[in-house]
Design a protein around this ligand. Sequence first.
Ligand SMILES: Cc1cc2nc3c(=O)[nH]c(=O)nc-3n(C[C@H](O)[C@H](O)[C@H](O)COP(=O)(O)O)c2cc1C
Ligand SMILES: CCCCC(=O)C(=O)O
Length: 331
Amino acid sequence: MNPVLAELHDKARAVLDPVHYDFFAGGVGDEVVLAENEAAFRRRALLPRVLRGIEVRQDFPVLISPTAFHKLAHPDGELATARAAGTTTLVSSMASTVPIAEVVAAASGPVWFQLYVQPDPAVTEALVRRAERAGCAALVVTADSPVFGRHRRDLAHGFHDLPAGLAAENMRDLTGPGLRTIEMSPAVSWGHLDRLREMTALPLWVKGILHPADAVLAVEHGVAGIVVSNHGGRQLDLVPAALDALPAVADAVAGRVPVVLDGGVRGGGDIAVALALGASAVGIGRPVLWGLAADGEQGVRRVLDVLHDEFLHVLTLCGGELSRDVVVARC
Ligand SMILES: Cc1cc2nc3c(=O)[nH]c(=O)nc-3n(C[C@H](O)[C@H](O)[C@H](O)COP(=O)(O)O)c2cc1C
Ligand SMILES: CCCCC(=O)C(=O)O
């Protein structure tokens, strides 16, 4: 792991309420997948090409993955994350503790809105309109959550709700009192995705694809892009590491839409490996939360800066271009 990210993680662990730290850090079940997401990168080595005479000039292929409840990490919450994002795309969770319009207003780069399709179509449509009005540049539908993941750390702490004063602000005036604000529903299907495409002109991404056949379906249903993700090991503790699922999905998609990988990216070398295995960019989840908890806007900026710097360094050492053949197993 990049040492700056490790330092920010340590600081976040020290400053956060342990219950909130565990909400951010934890995974589902025995946390096998949580560990595997990072371990999968350690199982790969890069086989650099040399003497290619290429000076690296490349956009930073990173998005901020959607994570809920940033005010649990820092009082400025998603406002700090948005300010720190700069030109990096921020995928803002529907479960943000700042309303999406304020997140977009604080950002200088693109903000995408992550959506859990709600059982009540009127609530889903209201959220889409809210994202459109706010000026979001895309919708990201999370597909891997037909039910809430069972996070043992949260269950052990009895952590079920936000502390007084914090709320999932995008839901505030949409769901009646006494309702659990955000619902997950196993009834959500490709038909819902089709209806969303008809409902809005915003590009529609789908997040949480692992099976190549679902990647093909997603392309057939007209998505603008796919996020290969196991939700950071927070949904089903039996799935492969996100990185291990990437090559087959990239093959199935065959360049028709961009494929983003998230889960376990903890350094510039990890970004290079994911790109070589078929990703067009990676998403970063927890490291952003650690930066935010440790040092607010500055902390998030540091996370993005060190990843950018390290990625360019690794890319230069790899001869400037990444393809499948530069990744080998580390035996
Ligand atoms: C605390 C936390 C909250 C999350 N909230 C959401 C969310 O609201 N919507 C969503 O689609 N994914 C959510 N995720 C999953 C992330 O978008 C992403 O897939 C995952 O964190 C990537 O793995 P990483 O943390 O190893 O980088 C959450 C993850 C964490 C750790
Ligand atoms: C309703 C909040 C969902 C957050 C989430 O997706 C996660 O904690 O993984």
